[in-house]
Design a protein around this ligand. Structure first.
Ligand code: SF4
Length: 428
């Protein structure tokens, strides 16, 4: 059977696509199957999922098209209308090989409960230079604008030893950087008997030599003193923290159901930036949330101005069916939400430039990811995207020491330093 897995959405979805690719590569039988790992985080994500299903049905008329994942739980009817032959939700996603075989043989399959996360393992290599390692699923934060927690099931964490064995396999598959991901990493371990913290998990992972680790995103409540100490002490834990903010106004944060205040967010961010060598910050902001007036938006801008994030992901609020926020009064007009988003984009470019300029003349460790025109391009440990002239004899997937020599609005240039500084091998 020829199997193609298409992933939309977040890193967790990308990891699961790899998992399904590996599990389905030995699927018996003739023919072609396209699996779409769908996303339902926004109305746009739903549209993209439907569009891809319809496109595959149109372009591959003889193939079986299967829609799985968050969209399958959150927007099932639309996927069936788009032509999906089979729609499989998150609870059953990991059992897709059995479900597909039963479907192809016309045999009904009994439903089962949510699988343990340690059963979900990949061996790699991933198609990209950076590997993904899913260690957590589910969320109980229940933010009022969010659908994800409604479709991702109960909290489930991968025990540290199981995660370490998987990281070992990914290192042996040739990956030098592993991105640790989950739906809400701040809730890692809460469901496990020993309740290991995220810091405990990372200490276990750091016992695998030859790789560095990066966290996808972490809510402020997840940045514990123990984790901050580990970031400060361990160079193989990439000093970049992507910490969703959403709003800089306490009244809006409360209406969103977030677990922190603007002051707490600021304190966590500043403690990270001051305690961790070469640290940089990333943030998510949701503009146009119901009740966000001009003063509230100004507080968001003021907070970000004080923190100067390297990366800022700006989302415009879109009401999601079945979420409490969709019923809130004080809707912000679309034009005004667009204006606020545009204002933040301009500021975000200025903040990113200022942060990158601070690293001029600094030695950083670049993961070489791809060739782009006359450049090798990749990301440093603190997540600067850097280009190195192709004249340098580099190889994709290696980590090389570079000095930042030029920073412009859309580009940072590095030169390779001729001293061996591969952060992966040196024991911590
Ligand atoms: S923390 Fe909030 S936004 Fe994130 S998955 Fe949980 S409910 Fe959704």
């Amino acid at each position: 059977m020829r199997v193609f897995v298409h992933a939309l959405g977040c890193r967790v979805n990308q990891y699961e696509a790899q998992y399904l690719r590996e599990r389905l590569e030995a699927l018996p039988g003739e023919g072609e199957v396209h699996v779409v790992n769908t996303c339902t985080v926004t109305a746009l994500a739903d549209r993209k999922s439907r569009k891809l299903v319809a496109q595959l049905k149109r372009e591959r008329p003889g193939a079986l098209v299967v829609a799985v994942g968050c969209g399958a739980d959150g927007a099932r009817a639309g996927l069936l209308r788009a032509g999906a032959d089979l729609v499989v939700g998150n609870r059953d996603k990991a059992r897709l090989p059995q479900i597909l075989q039963a479907y192809l043989q016309g045999i009904p399959l009994a439903a089962e409960g949510w699988p343990e996360l340690q059963e979900e393992r990949v061996r790699g290599p991933f198609p990209r230079t950076r590997a993904l390692l899913k260690v957590q699923d589910g969320c109980t934060q229940a933010c009022t604008f969010c659908r994800t927690w409604q479709v991702r099931g109960p909290l489930r964490s991968k025990p540290p030893q199981a995660a370490r064995a998987e990281a070992q396999a990914l290192a042996e598959a040739g990956h030098r950087e592993i991105v640790v991901t989950g739906v809400n990493l701040a809730q890692y371990g809460l469901d496990l008997p020993e309740r290991p913290a995220l810091a405990d998990l990372l200490e276990e992972l750091l016992r695998v030599p030859g790789v560095r680790y990066r966290l996808t995103s972490l809510n402020p409540e997840g940045l514990t003193p123990a984790l901050l100490r580990l970031f400060a002490a361990e160079p193989r834990l990439c000093p970049y923290l992507h910490m969703p903010l959403q709003s800089g106004d306490d009244r809006v944060l409360a209406a969103m159901g977030r677990a922190y205040t603007a002051a707490e967010y600021k304190e966590k961010a500043l403690s990270f930036l001051s305690a961790v060598p070469k640290a940089t910050l990333g943030a998510d902001v949701l503009v146009g949330f119901p009740g966000e007036d001009a003063a509230a938006f100004a507080r968001t801008v003021e907070l970000l101005e004080a923190l100067q994030p390297l990366n800022l992901h700006i989302f415009r609020y879109s009401p999601r069916p079945g979420t409490p926020a969709a019923a809130l009064p004080g809707r912000v007009p679309k034009e005004e939400a667009a204006r606020r988003s545009a204002e933040l984009s301009v500021l975000a470019r200025r903040w990113s430039l200022a942060v990158r300029r601070r690293f001029l003349g600094t030695a950083l460790a670049l993961l070489v990811e791809e060739a782009e025109g006359p450049w090798w391009v990749g990301h440093t440990e603190n997540y600067l995207r850097v280009g190195v002239a192709k004249s340098a004899p580099l190889a994709r997937g290696t980590i090389v020491p570079v000095e930042i020599v030029r920073v412009e609005e859309h580009f940072s240039e590095g030169v390779v330093l001729d001293r061996p500084q591969d952060r992966g091998d040196r024991p911590s």
